[in-house]
Every structure is written in C-alpha cells, then in structure tokens.
Design a protein around this ligand. Structure first.
Ligand SMILES: Cc1cc2nc3c(=O)[nH]c(=O)nc-3n(C[C@H](O)[C@H](O)[C@H](O)COP(=O)(O)O)c2cc1C
Length: 319
C-alpha cells in the first residue's frame, strides 16, 4: 500500500519534500513539473528542481524522488527524460493534468486529455527512451470537460507501456472543487492492464483514505493538499496500515519541524522565500491546527526570515 507525495508547483519544493519526508510515511515524492518546450534542459536546471539528484535521488530521510515533466513534444520529452534519468531520478512522471492556462495554451498538461493518441505517442517515446529499470508514470485527470474519454486515455497510457498511472479523480473543468470521483477509477481497471494504478484527490484524513481505496479499487494513494494540512497524514496512514499505534503530532512539534527544517537556509537573495512560504503553508495548516491563525496574524506583516523564525520560536515556546 504505497503512499506518494503529490507534485505541487510553488508549494512542494525541495524544502517541503525534506520536511514532509522527515516526518515520514511516504514511499515516493514527485517534483513540481519541469516544463519542456523545444530544448533539452541542462543538468543545472534539473538540480534546481530536484536537488535530491545530488544525493542519489533521495530526500534526507531516504525517500526516492521522481522528476515530473510537462510538455507536448514527444521527442523533446523523451530526450529530457533521458537526462533526468541519467542524473538519478527515480523514474519519470509525465504531467497530463495541469489546468494552468499558460501551460494548456502551449498544449501541455490537461489539454492533452482531449487527444489520447497524442498522450500515447508521448508515453511510448519516453518509455522507449528510458531504461526499463526506471519507471515511467503518467498523471492524469478523468478528462478535460467531461470524463467520456477516460477509458481511452487509460488504455492509451497502458498500451504505451507506462508502469504506473495516477488518476486525479476529477476533470480539468472540475478544477479542485470537491468531491473527487474516486468511484470513476474502478471501472477503468476492469480491462486487463499492466499498470499500477494510484488514486488521487480529496484525501484529507485516515477515513478519506480508506473510503478512497474502497471506492476507487486502488491500494496505492497519492496525497496532495491533505499532506500540507496535516503533515503527519502519511505517517498516520502508514502506521494504521501496519496496525501500529500512532500519536498525532502536536502544533508545537509541527513548529519545531519548521524551525529545524532547511526552509530558512536560503541564499540572501531569496530573503522573502521563508516568510512567504510559511504564510502560504499556514493557510493549509489552519485546516488542522486552529493555532495557525494566531501565528499567521503575528507574521503576516513580517518579511525577514529571522523575524518570522523568532515568532515561530515564540509560538513553539522555544524562546
Ligand atoms: C498549488 C498546486 C500545485 C500543483 N502542481 C502540480 C504539478 O506541478 N504537477 C501535477 O501533476 N499536479 C499538480 N497539482 C495537482 C496535485 O498533484 C493533485 O493532483 C491535486 O491537488 C489533487 O490532490 P489533493 O486533493 O490530494 O490535493 C497541483 C495542485 C495544487 C493545489
């Protein structure tokens, strides 16, 4: 029963992956998407998106990380997949679900869900380019405007030889509006297929996780915003799967994780990074920890990392 940390552009970066995998429970992380247009990107770009490539492609806690590529040109995607693979990415993930307008305009992301044959061509080229020992996965939504092509998309990805498919159980049109239609994944798997199928969408707690598994028919689940709202959600689920007792993390412990993380060890030119990312994250944490509200109010006007850090320490009662 695998748990995968979802790719989340602008949110789940290197620092967040380190922090969440330190807390534990994840079997794999996927990077924010790397956009491929008409060139083969240099290793430097891949190291920027995925600094874990410098440490055997694993986070500090030892969780493997997979680079995600987004684009529409099968040849460039394949060539870039070779680079990421050679640099040590644990598999290659292909993004067919991003709803962003800029990305869709240049025919990348979710817009490809309208043309399963194009998805087939991309997955096949990438699968052929990357050594068989390295997995190729695709991340999709159920469709663009509706889910009428979902089976065709699923079959195309299977026939193209992908090892894994992650299905965010909503269409592009649904955006991020609840619910996620987990039950729509199950019938797709009725046809014989060779892929590991991962369910994704709206898993915020242990109960959602179990219902998602039951309704989707998938044992493996990807966690996105739920892992931001509850950073120990994966740990709690994995303990439940192993019938181990688990005590949920207190607000104080979350703060200590943030204080001890590398989130504030950025270069001076990115001075605002820590304060803006912490504020962004507090909006998710507020869904689990009401105390996040007071902290947010105390830091909302702060920009310098040392000021934010001191306030965090005050709330954690370290100073
Ligand atoms: C801020 C944000 C950024 C995202 N960035 C990506 C991305 O880079 N690649 C991708 O495949 N999905 C991306 N997603 C979609 C998530 O991976 C996931 O499929 C979606 O949030 C549903 O899962 P959840 O309900 O558990 O959050 C993003 C979602 C959000 C909210």
């Amino acid at each position: 029963m695998k748990l995968i940390l979802a790719p989340m552009e602008g949110v789940v970066d290197f620092n967040m992956r380190q922090l969440l995998t330190d807390i534990g429970g994840f079997d794999l992380c996927v990077t924010e998407f790397v956009r491929i247009v008409d060139q083969v990107l240099s290793p430097k770009v891949y190291y920027r998106y995925c600094p874990e490539l410098l440490t055997q492609g694993k986070t500090r806690a030892g969780t493997p990380v997979r680079v995600q590529l987004l684009g529409q040109d099968a040849n460039y995607l394949a060539e870039n997949a070779i680079v990421a693979s050679e640099l040590g990415s644990h598999g290659i993930d292909l993004n067919f679900g991003c709803p962003a307008k800029t990305v869709n305009k240049s025919k990348g992301g979710a817009v490809l869900l309208k043309t399963p044959e194009h998805i087939y061509e991309i997955v096949k080229k990438v699968r052929e380019a990357v050594p068989l020992s390295n997995e190729v996965s695709a991340k999709i939504r159920l469709g663009f405007d509706d889910d009428t092509l979902s089976q065709e998309i699923f079959d195309a990805i299977n026939q193209a030889g992908a090892n894994t498919i992650t299905i965010h159980a909503r269409t592009k049109k649904d955006g991020y509006r609840p619910p996620a239609y987990w039950e729509k994944i199950k019938p797709l798997m009725d046809k014989p297929h060779a892929m590991q199928v991962i369910a994704n969408g709206e898993v915020w707690n242990l109960d959602d996780y179990k219902r998602c598994q039951l309704r989707s028919g998938c044992v493996d689940v990807m966690l996105g915003r739920g892992a931001l709202a509850k950073p120990d959600l994966a740990k709690q689920i994995s303990c439940a799967n192993l019938s181990q007792e688990y005590t949920e993390l207190s607000w104080q412990s979350i703060l200590v994780h943030i204080i001890n993380s590398s989130m504030h060890n950025e270069e001076p030119k990115k001075e605002k990074y820590f304060s803006s990312r912490t504020k962004q994250w507090l909006r998710f944490l507020l869904l689990t920890y009401p105390q996040a509200n007071d902290l947010f109010n105390d830091i909302k006007r702060l920009k310098l990392k040392d000021d934010v850090l001191n306030m965090l320490k005050e709330h954690a009662k370290i100073i």
